[in-house]
Design a protein around this ligand. Structure first.
Ligand code: GEK
Length: 246
């Protein structure tokens, strides 16, 4: 399969009026470039989600990718499990994202049978018979007050021994170190070619939309829900990926 060059993200390059970030056509069109240049370790996380899914998937169970966007995690899992005839349900409430996932799906042989995409709010989506559930940088967009209910629903829909993978932007409880890591992160974005204006305008746009939590909050919620174990398996600057086993 020949890869098309990614459309470059210039969304916040020009001075603009304040407004909240939304996953519309404009964002979906440059999303691959945006997430690769904005999330340190994104490609490693995507590759390892495939590895984790292969390890925890059980025959005849379902794999859920909640907030799948263009299917970065979905296709990583598919590549690992396609020979086992797996069933992946990829959910997102942005139609612009899902349309692109479906176009991409046509280029992967056999993906038509394995991947079902649903335009749905993950807060109301039904989860059942799951051995692998992926929340790759999605929980952070769910209102804080609703996160426990979502994790509880996911837990109920999972089979014993199944894995939940949660990747998130995080904050540190130590104010000084939190500021330091945010500064390092902004430097990372400059190194990835974003200007100071782009960085600050995107930060403002995300302020009310992406609410990060500490690793301790994630751990507490996961253990309170009833998961038997929890670990952070990846961290780069203020981005982490966690696993929880039912
Ligand atoms: C990846 N997982 O590349 N219901 C459904 N979808 C939602 C909801 C919701 N309530 N809230 C947000 N989304 C992907 C990356 S991006 C992360 C995930 C980012 C969707 C939203 O439409 C978007 O596509 C995705 O969650 C978040 O592995 O942009 O930082």
């Amino acid at each position: 399969m020949t890869k098309k060059p990614q459309a470059k993200d210039h969304i916040f390059a020009k001075n603009m009026l304040p407004g909240d970030f939304i996953f519309d056509e404009k964002v979906a069109g440059v999303f691959e470039d945006m997430i690769n240049r904005s999330v340190p370790g994104y490609s490693t996380i995507i590759a390892m989600i495939g590895v984790l899914a292969e390890r925890y998937y059980r025959k005849d169970s379902i794999i859920y990718d909640l907030g799948c966007s263009l299917g970065g995690a979905t296709f990583s899992v598919f590549e690992r499990l396609k020979d086992q005839g797996c069933s992946i349900i990829a959910i997102d409430n942005s139609i612009a994202m899902l349309e692109r996932l479906v176009t991409k799906q046509q280029k992967f042989e056999g993906a038509h049978y394995c991947i079902e995409s649903r335009c749905e709010n993950i807060q109301v989506a039904q989860i059942e018979n799951a051995s692998v559930v992926i929340l790759n940088f999605t929980l952070q967009f769910v209102p804080l007050a609703d996160r426990a209910a979502l994790i509880e629903k996911v837990f109920k829909g999972m089979n014993s021994g199944g894995v939940l993978i949660i990747s998130e932007k995080i904050i540190s409880p130590d104010n000084h170190l939190n500021e330091l890591i945010i500064e390092l992160y902004h430097q990372f974005k400059e190194n990835m070619g974003y200007s100071k204006l782009e960085i600050s305008q995107k930060r403002s746009a995300l302020e009310n939309v992406l609410i990060p939590e500490t690793l301790d909050s994630h751990r507490a919620r996961i253990l309170q829900t009833g998961f038997s174990s929890f670990e952070v398996w990846f961290q780069s600057l203020n981005f982490a990926s966690m696993i929880a086993i039912k």
